[in-house]
Design a protein. Structure first.
Length: 244
């Protein structure tokens, strides 16, 4: 299954899903070993972090193109005009009911774009019974992607062959230690909204019927316009979101 100068951005891309994540995460660069014969000049990185709080009408919203830090401590390069804020944990990272959290994620997204609608979900650490444990690994998270129809309009005076940097997307990312909410520009500004018909357990069951391993494993599961993509080790298949 499917960012005037600004920081260099290298999107993470899942080729089979057609989904580009807007921020770039990278660990700190270790110093060179003594005696290597090379002198390294330390580089100072400016970090812009929004206060963790409830946000209304732009209060505590930061607009930035700098390196910031997720609640889990990884570094993220946000796009130039991205707005972002953080929010406290209001879920159990070890027993996350992903679909039950959608209304809360939508409320957070609408603090930045009032008409934001769900277009994708991507969750790691999902067990066959449907619950997710995003505390299993430091890079596990639950991502909810929303699109604003009002913010999706292409500038009328922009030539047809010029890519438009339209900030139509709001990303809501759940980590073990908190939530990060930020806007991004993306080529998915025309993607329709989603209302999931299947649960994560039902998506898992469909994958098992297709041969996915089920014993002592967790999956990464993504929902978008093409259905549910279930990835478990070497198994990587998309199943339809057509549950009654």
């Amino acid at each position: 299954m499917p960012a005037p100068p600004q920081p260099v951005q290298t999107p993470d891309t899942d080729q089979h899903k057609g989904h580009d994540k807007a921020p770039t995460r990278s660990p700190p660069t270790p110093p060179r070993a003594a005696g290597s014969g090379t002198t390294t000049t330390p580089t100072t990185t400016t970090t812009t972090t929004a206060p963790a709080s409830t946000v209304t009408s732009g209060t505590n919203v930061v607009t930035s193109g700098n390196v910031t830090t997720t609640p889990n401590g990884s570094h993220v390069i946000l796009q130039k005009d991205s707005q972002h804020f953080e929010s406290a944990v209001d879920y159990d990272p070890k027993n996350l009911d992903v679909l039950a959290y959608v209304p809360k994620a939508k409320a957070l997204a609408r603090k930045l774009m009032a008409d934001a609608s769900l277009i994708a979900i991507d969750v790691k650490g999902v067990y066959p019974d449907g619950h997710a444990n995003i505390s299993l690994a430091s890079d596990y998270e639950a991502d909810f992607t929303f699109r604003s129809p009002a913010a999706s309009k292409r500038p009328a005076d922009l030539p047809a062959n010029v890519e438009a940097e339209i900030y139509c997307i709001v990303n809501v990312e759940l980590y073990t230690k908190g939530v990060m909410v930020y806007t991004s520009h993306h080529d998915r500004c025309g993607q329709p909204g989603l209302k999931p018909k299947c649960t994560l357990k039902q998506a898992w069951d469909k994958a098992i019927a297709m041969g996915a391993p089920k014993d002592n494993v967790v999956a990464e599961i993504e929902l978008d316009k093409d259905g549910w993509n279930v990835e478990v080790g070497d198994f990587d298949e998309t199943v339809p979101d057509d549950c009654p």
